[in-house]
Design a binder for this molecule. Structure first.
Ligand code: ADP
Ligand code: MG
Length: 197
């Protein structure tokens, strides 16, 4: 079972990916909780360096790095874990690169083609939250803004996510205005249903 969490920065996806991992582990499942950009490869480090302005890279170069990172992530972490029967939970995956990337390169077809050979998640949880609230939450988290966290752009990025939710199967749009507990419960029910089937 391969589960992805997606949404705008600040929408609460990392919080819920951790909670679901804990919950499923508590139920006796073997779980791999992972994320993109990866923290396990030099490519993931390059991507973070670009997002945090330590290195400037062209928008297309950055998109290619995301794809390279994903190829490595699948080959070294995700596929072996799935083969072992583990539940793999990834905090961000290809819908995030397509949604965020479509703003940077304005060529969604190219981005989709870069990703078309990659395994799709069995379930995707897409967190829906007003960009204004996302920004408030990020500020509360106390981290510096990354390149992608500029307010006026988040609305457009959300539109791209919504288009993807129409195009692909098994995307559950989550009302991220609810409490952490309520969302956790909702997600747990959906995940249990898939794991039982
Ligand atoms: P993301 O990974 O989507 O950027 P995080 O999970 O890191 O979001 O959450 C961003 C901030 O919002 C954190 O401070 C987190 O504690 C808080 N948060 C997460 N979920 C909720 C929620 N449902 N209601 C209120 N605050 C939340
Ligand atoms: Mg996060």
């Amino acid at each position: 079972m391969f589960i992805a969490f997606e949404g705008l920065d600040g929408s609460g996806s990392s919080t819920q990916s951790r909670l679901l991992a804990e919950k499923l582990e508590g139920q006796g499942h073997a779980v791999l909780l992972t994320k993109e950009p990866t923290s396990s490869t030099p490519i993931g480090k390059m991507i973070r360096d670009i997002l945090q302005h330590r290195w400037e890279c062209s928008p297309k170069g950055l998109q290619l790095l995301f794809s390279a990172d994903r190829a490595e992530h699948l080959a070294t972490d995700i596929e072996p874990a799935l083969k072992n029967g583990q539940v793999v939970i990834t905090d961000r995956y290809l819908f995030s690169t397509i949604a965020y990337g479509s703003l940077a390169v304005q060529d969604t077809d190219w981005l989709a083609s870069l990703n078309e050979k990659f395994r799709l998640p069995d379930i995707t949880f897409l967190f829906k939250l007003d960009p204004k609230i996302c920004i408030e939450r990020i500020q509360g988290r106390g981290s510096d803004f990354e390149l992608f966290e500029e307010h006026e752009k988040l609305g457009k990025i959300w539109e791209a996510y919504e288009k993807l939710a129409d195009q692909f199967e098994n995307i559950h749009v989550i009302d991220a205005t609810k409490s952490i507990e309520q969302i956790g419960e909702e997600i747990g029910i959906i995940a249990d249903k898939h794991l039982d089937s």
